[in-house]
Design a protein around this ligand. Sequence first.
Ligand code: F6R
Length: 607
Amino acid sequence: MCGIFAVVNDKTNNAAQTVLTGLKKLEYRGYDSWGIAIKPGRSTEAVDRLQVEKHIGKIGEAKTNLPKGKIAIGHTRWATHGGVTDENAHPHLDCHQQIAVIHNGIVENYLEFKEELIKKTHKFSSETDTEVIAHLIEEKMRPSVIPSEERSDESRNLEKAVFETFNSLVGSNAIGVIDFESETIIACRNGSPLVVGVDEKNHQFFLGSDVPAFLKHTNRVHFLDDGEAVVITKQGVKLFNVKSGQEKKLILQQLDWQLEDAEKGGFPHFLLKEIMEQKETIAKIASINEKEILEIANLIRQGFRTVLIGCGTASYCALAGKYFFANTGFESQTYGAYEFLPFSQFANNKTLIIAISQSGETADTLIAVRAAKKQGAKIVAVVNSRGSTLERLADIVLSVGAGPEIAVVSTKAFTAQLVTLYLLAEATSNKYEPGKKKIKELSKALHNWLNKQLTNRLIDLAKELIDQEHIYLIGKHLNYPATLEFALKLKESSYIHAEPFAAGELKHGVITLIQKGTPCFVLASNDEVKGEILSSAAELKARGGRIIGIAPFNSYEFNEVIQTPDLGELTIFANIIVGQLLGYYLGVGRGADPDKPRNLAKSVTVK
Ligand code: F6R
């Protein structure tokens, strides 16, 4: 949550604009408000302090009014402490506008600090936890109790002040600090992501919460580990251990991400682009991770208890994975990671935790993983983003390779994770190669099916459903998690109340909700429960529901059908993609922002 971006030695001498452009790429992390702080360049008149601009709302087509300069920091916010106001937007300043701070995380002990600092006459202008960081640094650099003429050089040791301040914060945090006088940016990480980018050709240095923010400048990066800090000056980037203050060797890695991966590529929205990219991403997974998949399958066969965890979409992926494992004869358990703690006591060195996460930074997932790890469990990370905390915590990483997922609503990362779980389940019963073949067939079928005819049909359906406030969905067995995911896509993208049920639940109370004309989606496959799900559809129809089948067949229980390719248990991929597309078209039709739905952030790094 929240996006951090900074540049040093901006080659255009327009660092504020560079930061603004970078922040746009990070808006998926939060878009309540944004702000930039810059050290104005020498040509700017009478400047003895940092200049700051802040606004509420999305960045959109905003332009910055800040002066020219080569060094700046910026932030896009997802509010935690303090409402959505200009004052609460980051960066936050010290009393003399010499220090500005951007922050991702929560400072759990900020109130104690704030009281002390107020007693020491520091002036606060926001309700945020972040602002204490700027004043704490100021206090350590220029203690208010020491008259200015008595201050030693030591009292202006920026690194020391920032590191000490950071070490005193309780919680998961990442901060970026700009200092007017020394023209330095310092960033520290503990629990929230930070990556530094080095553009050697132009001698420019970048800091971001994620790589797409500066991918157009460089793909040479270092992902900061917890407990690491970087000090960025005109001369370059130095890496430190934030606890000991010791310098470490900075080793850059070159990513294979392309700029196009982080651009819309002619599509009106990232969401639509990413849905369509599944034609390629799904096939790609059949040719990666073989060694790791076979290793994990071996552990499962040896009797490791398999527990799948994740949040939101990733938890539905976990649930679908549980069915895949059951189909190959292996029992597994699933938990929403946020509900795992009471059960972590049962984890031991014969437990395999399969943690699923697009970002690898979801706080609840990381907490669950750490708890299980403490009990000796082996951790497998099924993750899309690169260099994430989850990846570092894991014993084995299954990197799903869907590429940057920019839209807040997860699509291609979900299907990439689901393919990975399918292949893993197949591998446990020695069917990895046939599994790969089936994934290739799936990809080919999606290629042919995901065409203009389908999208036109879904646009028409979206038009018909546009004013609905309630939609109900049912599915059984593998189509149950598919139904959960389908409904979540509708809710997130269009804000329509879409409620999914296991078909078996209907008769136990839920059927009261169905009235004449209520839209009811029935997700089905050509499987052993086809008859049962059609009976449930008939019961809904008998109560007046408008039954929309999502299935590879038509049937008289349906009022209409969106036909999907017949791919056995893999049919759920197509069934879910219908939900992704329908959610998108409904959202556009209802005036929602498909890439940045209200109240959400892509990476939920707070509890
Ligand atoms: C829904 C969605 C969220 C995430 C959830 C977990 O479209 O994106 O439900 O799946 O917040 O995020 P990750 O996968 O990053 O752990």
